[in-house]
Design a protein around this ligand. Structure first.
Ligand SMILES: [Zn+2]
Length: 184
């Protein structure tokens, strides 16, 4: 396995991090604790981005950043192609969104990602002040939204992120399984 990070993952577990909406972060807020058609719509887009990664031989994970129904940034996992260990899908999407907005902070945004974010990406999500994270499959090997670490949903940090997992998780997990099976 090239990364040692992403791994086969399954899970229909719904994990909702209880958190307040940061003050001033209500723009673009979708609301609700359960996934809805809007979340599924954007997750379908993230899955298409994951397919781009897979086509390039990268672990299939896709991510996009959305605010008020508009995509601010998107990307897929590409550490091998980029020679960049930080080039996870979330980081690629965050960087694109920050450049687009001309701001290192991204309040009021929702990040959609097909796999539970790792510790690195969760740190970046908090630094960027992202309001909400919606992910697909859980990552029992490296997930930092409760699976292995509790960075996104922990109470120690000032910034709170609302987290919803398990949206289209079967689609996300099947891509990962197919990828790793083909490599064995
Ligand atoms: Zn990551």
């Amino acid at each position: 396995m090239p990364l040692g990070l992403r791994h086969n993952t399954l899970g229909e577990r719904r994990f909702v991090g209880v958190a307040c909406i940061p003050r001033g972060h209500d723009a673009g807020w979708i609301g609700g604790d359960l996934d809805n058609d809007v979340d599924k719509y954007w997750m379908a887009h993230a899955l298409r981005l994951a397919d781009e990664a897979e086509a390039l031989g990268e672990v299939p994970v896709g991510a996009l950043l959305v605010r008020e129904g508009e995509i601010l940034g998107e990307g897929w996992n590409r550490p091998i192609q980029s020679h960049d260990p930080t080039a996870h899908a979330e980081i690629v999407a965050l960087r694109a969104g920050a450049i687009r907005l001309g701001n290192y902070r991204l309040p009021g945004t929702t990040l959609y990602v097909t796999l539970e974010p790792c510790a690195m990406c969760s740190g970046a999500i908090i630094h960027a002040r992202i309001a909400r994270v919606v992910y697909g499959a859980t990552d029992p090997r490296a997930g930092a939204a409760g699976s292995v670490f509790d960075i996104l949903t922990g109470e120690r940090l000032n910034h709170r992120v609302q987290v919803l997992g398990g949206v289209e998780s079967g689609e996300a997990a099947s891509r990962l399984q197919r990828f790793f099976k083909a490599r064995r």
